[in-house]
Ligand binder design. Structure first.
Ligand code: GLV
Ligand code: MN
Length: 196
């Protein structure tokens, strides 16, 4: 699919090309219509029945092409009660967010290895500096909803549990047992939760 790309490592195929494009090629102006500048893809509550109890719906250039070259995008994040948007990073973007409904524990870890966090509710904002590991956990009684905004049309994401334990091909157990100081049984058990 056209969303397969190597995050933060996009190698030019021809350094002598005379055409350079920030993003994707643009439509000829005569073909542009009002519809190109509107997107209703964040209007519906997403199904959150998955192992994490949260779902991110992306309004990036891939779903909303009108963002092309403009350097911004928005996600919708739905949380079931107790749902977690698991620790992840965006290689190309800082993130800001606002809680619309519910109560979220929002946290990130700095490059100095300091954990910053706060529980926030409707109307409150947060910011995650570019590239840092962060999460949101629904700590309220009911569902929660947040919208997040990025200074990239395609922020990219690596979800750490998936990246480390469910990559293709998998990271060898020798790496993971040493990195986490546990045995093969623990690594195999975690890998099995993600079907790998
Ligand atoms: C939340 O962290 C998001 O990436 O949308
Ligand atoms: Mn994020």
């Amino acid at each position: 699919p056209n969303d397969v790309r190597v995050d933060a490592l996009i190698t030019p195929s021809d350094l002598t090309a005379s055409l350079s494009v920030n993003g994707f090629p643009c439509k000829p102006a005569t073909n542009v219509t009002s519809n190109d500048f509107f997107f209703d893809g964040l209007s519906q509550e997403a199904n959150t029945s998955n192992i994490f109890g949260s779902t991110v719906t992306a309004g990036s250039v891939l779903t909303f092409p009108g963002l092309n070259t403009l350097g911004i995008s928005i996600n919708r994040v739905d949380f079931a009660p107790g749902g977690l948007n698991p620790p992840h990073v965006h290689p190309r973007s800082t993130e800001s967010g606002v809680v619309i409904e519910g109560k979220l524990l929002v946290g990130f870890v700095s490059t100095g290895n300091v954990f910053y966090s706060k529980i926030i509710t409707a109307g409150e904002m947060f910011v995650i500096p570019k590239g840092l590991v962060h999460f949101q956990l629904n700590v309220g009684e009911g569902k929660a909803l947040a919208f997040t905004a990025f200074n990239s049309q395609l922020p990219g994401v690596e979800v750490l549990p998936i990246t480390l334990f469910a990559s293709t091909p998998s990271i060898p157990n020798d790496v993971l047992t040493k990195a986490f100081q546990v045995g093969d049984d623990v690594i195999n058990s975690i890998k099995s939760k993600f079907g790998s």
